[in-house]
Design a protein around this ligand. Structure first.
Ligand SMILES: *Cc1c(COP(=O)(O)O)cnc(C)c1O
Length: 252
């Protein structure tokens, strides 16, 4: 275990993923040429020392999907001391009874998994108890683009009404984009991933319907196996874990 960890070169991992992101950007169609995708290093189940190594390499955005782990890591003295400018993304399923734990995270940057009106209402109501005055909480709406029953996220057909609700009735929230996880083992030889195509279509439809510029809403899509393709299809935010920090043990 210890030996396996020592073999992981996180700094090299960050450099290599950033390089591939840049190459994927160069292959995009010209409509996306001004967009610089953000790399979110997904550090779930990985120790603080690897987060600090990535931070030292210049990485600032980190993603976690378990509330307890995000709570512990974000409050730990070594992270607070050595990663003062860290920006945390919450990327897991958020239950009502855990909302305040996430809102209390120091340096919380973005909740990527807003998937109901109820959750939006609760985040909007509680955020002022945690935030500096007049600071909105960044959120992405999670869309279940693959429409699998076991996946979280709202159906594509419900995106516009939730987006409208956030824009009109949640003055403490900043709707910053849409997010999808999608199917895990998509065979890329079959062509563009339908989940990514679907998310982009949701974004374009939503912006049209609500009178927004399409650049006003980001697209969070792409993980270790497919972030390059996601970028080619317009992703602005890729969530990459194992390609940086090494493989994770199977979920226990
Ligand atoms: C774990 C996770 C990732 C990163 O997965 P990798 O395949 O390790 O890159 C991205 N997004 C979400 C929502 C995750 O849970």
């Amino acid at each position: 275990m210890i030996r396996a960890m020592a073999e992981i070169n996180v700094k090299q991992g960050i450099r290599s993923v950033l390089q591939k992101i840049e190459e994927a950007c160069a292959r995009r169609s010209s409509e996306f040429e001004d967009i610089k995708p953000r790399l979110v290093a997904v550090s779930k189940i990985k120790p603080n020392e690897l987060i600090i190594q990535a931070y030292e390499e210049g990485q600032r955005h980190f993603g976690e999907n378990y509330v307890k782990e995000l709570d512990e890591k974000s409050h730990s003295p070594d992270i607070l001391e050595k990663c003062k400018d860290i920006k945390w993304h919450f990327i897991g399923h958020l239950q009502s009874n855990k909302v305040n734990k996430v809102l209390a995270v120091p340096n919380l940057y973005l909740i990527e998994t807003l998937d109901s009106k109820k959750l939006a209402t609760q985040l909007n109501k509680n955020w002022p108890n945690f935030s500096p005055p007049d600071t909105k909480l960044n959120v992405f709406i999670q869309v279940n683009t693959s429409q699998e029953d076991q996946k979280n996220g709202i159906n594509p057909s419900e995106v516009n009404s939730l987006a409208e609700y956030i824009l009109k009735d949640c003055k403490n929230l900043n709707l910053k984009g849409l997010m999808t996880i999608g199917v895990y083992d998509y065979d890329m030889t079959l062509g563009p991933n339908p989940d990514f195509v679907c998310l982009k279509k949701c974004r374009d439809d939503c912006c049209k319907e609500l009178g927004l510029d399409w650049r006003d809403l980001e697209l969070s899509m792409g993980m270790s196996t497919d972030y390059e393709m996601a970028i080619e299809l317009g992703s602005t935010n890729v969530r990459v874990g194992s390609s940086i920090f090494g493989a994770r043990p199977q979920k226990i």
